[in-house]
Design a protein around this ligand. Sequence first.
Ligand code: NAP
Length: 247
Amino acid sequence: MKSVLITGGSRGIGASAALQCARRGMAVVLTYNERADAAQAVMQRIEAEGGHAAVLKLDVADSNGFIPFVGKLREILQERWQHGTLDGLVNNAGFGLFNPIETVTEEQFDGLFNVHLKGPFFLTQALLPLLADGASIVNLTSATTRVATAGVAPYAAFKGGLEVLTRYMAKEFGPRRIRVNAVSPGAIRTGLGGGLDEEFEALLAAQTALGRIGEADDVGQVIAGLLSADQGWVNAQSIEVSGGYQV
Ligand SMILES: NC(=O)c1ccc[n+]([C@@H]2O[C@H](COP(=O)([O-])OP(=O)(O)OC[C@H]3O[C@@H](n4cnc5c(N)ncnc54)[C@H](OP(=O)(O)O)[C@@H]3O)[C@@H](O)[C@H]2O)c1
């Protein structure tokens, strides 16, 4: 049985990826930041379907917590599933906020930077000794790196940085046969940034070739696929999952 760590697995895309990975036979450790209840509910749903899951708290903005977190993860993998290593990592945790460049504060800028670029960088670094040779890493970026969307400049810029980092990780981890890809969602119906109102959702749907916005499962199943052996030759790619947004 393969094991995977999904950050921000308590809700939205991460929760869907957790369920889809468990359905493909992987043991899933999902993390939450504030919503322990939501994380427990995902774990219970996986277990009710006969899958294997565990929950850990992790604040991706606090890199000082990463080494103790890896220690706890190592214990869980060993105790629950007798695993000495981790086969997959999904850097998914995130949040959004709308604010034009003119009024973005330094605090908002730093908060987005810590979660969307610094966190995935140093969490992946801390997990390297635990990751198995041949493991698969998926970094969640965003279609806002391709299509400029007013009000999300720092978020999109850091997601763009994560897209570049994805290729660098693939290059440096290649000798260990660790694959690294980015999944870049278009607009997906989740709680991100407080969710989308009806009017904005209709506008985004009209700009999408398939005529609707995405659901969390549209992305979760792509993430689970990239973690499986079926996609074993896909590496160093950024895969947009948007139904054809602004093509
Ligand atoms: N939804 C979209 O349209 C969309 C589009 C492009 C990219 N994305 C990206 O996809 C990823 C998932 O987004 P989503 O839409 O699924 O969001 P979501 O439904 O709001 O869920 C966010 C998840 O991230 C966790 N999280 C937030 N801040 C955290 C922190 N500081 N440390 C650790 N965990 C934290 C949350 O934990 P709690 O439950 O504990 O709060 C939750 O599990 C994000 O990276 C986002 O930027 C989303």
